[in-house]
Design a binder for this molecule. Sequence first.
Ligand code: APR
Length: 311
Amino acid sequence: MSRITVVGAGKYGSTTVQRLAEWDIVEEVVLLDIVEDLPQGLALDMNQSRPVMGNRTLVIGTNDYADTAGSDVVIITAGLPRKPGMSRMDLLEVNAKIVKSVTEEIVRYSPNAILIVVTNPLDQMTTLAAEVSGFPRSRVFGQAGILDSSRFAHFISEATGADIQSIEALTLGSHGKTMVPVPSLCRVDGKPLTEVLAPGTIDDLVKRTRKGGAEIVALLKTGSAYYAPSAAAACMAKAVIEDSGKHMPVCAWMEGEYGIDGVYLGVMAEVGAQGVRHIVVEALTDEEQAALVKAAEAVKAKVADLDEISL
Ligand code: APR
């Protein structure tokens, strides 16, 4: 029996479940939330779409971790959004408590699972889930790079008019300010991005990508993006389930790659049934390499904030 669990039945979690179920790559997808009846209602609705969509995967909505037992992959989306008046540290404390309790339950019922973390703040939450689970770090990783790279690819497609599927875009580092776009490895129809667009235009697209989430929040007024984020998380789970060995940018544990050690950072990784098989070290320009080291230092400083809260 193959099973993926998604914890958190908000927009992000439920859309991830829908994508996974429609791909038909596992027998069951379990959707768990603390809100009673919500995951059950969403599951019922999704299951009733199967005759039309042609898929068989059964979605199970639950409030009970016993129903998640033996999951191959668990995606953690549970958390609260930042509310007015809440400081960054307040949010960190609230979501750290949630991610800690979720991880403890998951480990109890699925001791062999691969954990994919998406709850923000991503770097801290991935680090915390790894520590609490006690799993090898290769089995715990976070989602950020696929989403940022995908947003960058969309903006490149808009700017060049090129087919979206002919674009290879890559961002490394962290989410937000310390995101490290890698124009030297981006391609449009096989041509280097730097030969297709002027440096100023590339800079503008990079800036827009960095604020990609905020742009959508401002338009939606309530809530944050979930279509592209859920596509990214589902794609990571698929690589694990299919043991595909696909290369994808994920928030992975660094052990000396690029001269960086002991921190979760957005890098290219080969992903398979055991999680991150290994980190794929790309040939970066000196500027990109320096930006990656800077991003690692920023993440280390942020992770240190976890020591200041009592969990
Ligand atoms: N256990 C299980 N579910 C929980 C818990 C918990 N301890 N605490 C909160 N939840 C659930 C909420 O009940 C809610 O249904 O997590 C869900 C979060 O949903 P939304 O608030 O709609 O957030 P969403 O947009 O789905 O984003 C989830 O992903 O990108 C990040 O910043 C985002 O951290 C956020 C996460």
